[in-house]
Design a protein around this ligand. Structure first.
Ligand SMILES: Cc1cc2nc3c(=O)[nH]c(=O)nc-3n(C[C@H](O)[C@H](O)[C@H](O)COP(=O)(O)O)c2cc1C
Length: 154
């Protein structure tokens, strides 16, 4: 069950980068659970509204061991005052190296990374076929709810 009372108090934002749509699915599942929109950092030429929030979710696929360039740019230009708590998520072929990379940038800005989550994402036709699947998306939603509970709003 979603605690709507808590969600009304907690300002949540979800930003993602996704080349082939896998991370977009996860971002949209998390955003739906948090009753907000999933915002693609590559859309609108990078001109998205960025206001302060209590819980910032950021997600990406991994491309040659790194998060998408647009996501890296987004994180690097983020105002440190944007919020206190961040959560890193993503999809990967076999190794989630981008999670530590995104976490490091956020922590360098002074944000506290309270959780990390990544699941396999389909690559070409056969690798991780069908992932993220319904089970993955359910897990992502449960993870997001746990993160919401971790945030203390004064
Ligand atoms: C150009 C390219 C490079 C990739 N490099 C990696 C990698 O270094 N490690 C890995 O685990 N997966 C790698 N993958 C797999 C993707 O991270 C995986 O399919 C992911 O779900 C893609 O997310 P997206 O659909 O949101 O773009 C790569 C995929 C592509 C297309």
């Amino acid at each position: 069950m979603v605690d709507t009372g808590r969600m009304q108090k907690t300002r949540v934002k979800v930003f993602y980068y996704s080349k082939s749509g896998n991370t977009k699915k996860v971002a949209e599942a998390i955003a739906a659970e948090m009753k907000t929109d999933a915002i693609n950092v590559a859309s609108h030429g990078g001109n998205y509204e960025m206001t302060d929030c209590d819980l910032l979710f950021v997600g990406s696929g991994v491309y040659w061991f790194r998060a998408g360039n647009e996501m890296v740019k987004f994180l690097e230009t983020l105002a440190p005052s944007v919020g206190k708590n961040a959560v890193v998520f993503g999809t990967h072929g076999s190794r989630d190296d981008h999670i530590a990379q995104m976490k490091k940038i956020l922590e360098g800005k002074g944000l506290k990374v309270i959780g990390e989550w990544s699941c396999p994402g389909q690559e070409y036709a056969m690798v991780n076929r069908g992932r993220p699947n319904e089970e993955d998306l359910k897990e992502a939603k449960e993870f997001a709810r746990r993160m919401l509970w971790k945030v203390e709003v004064i």
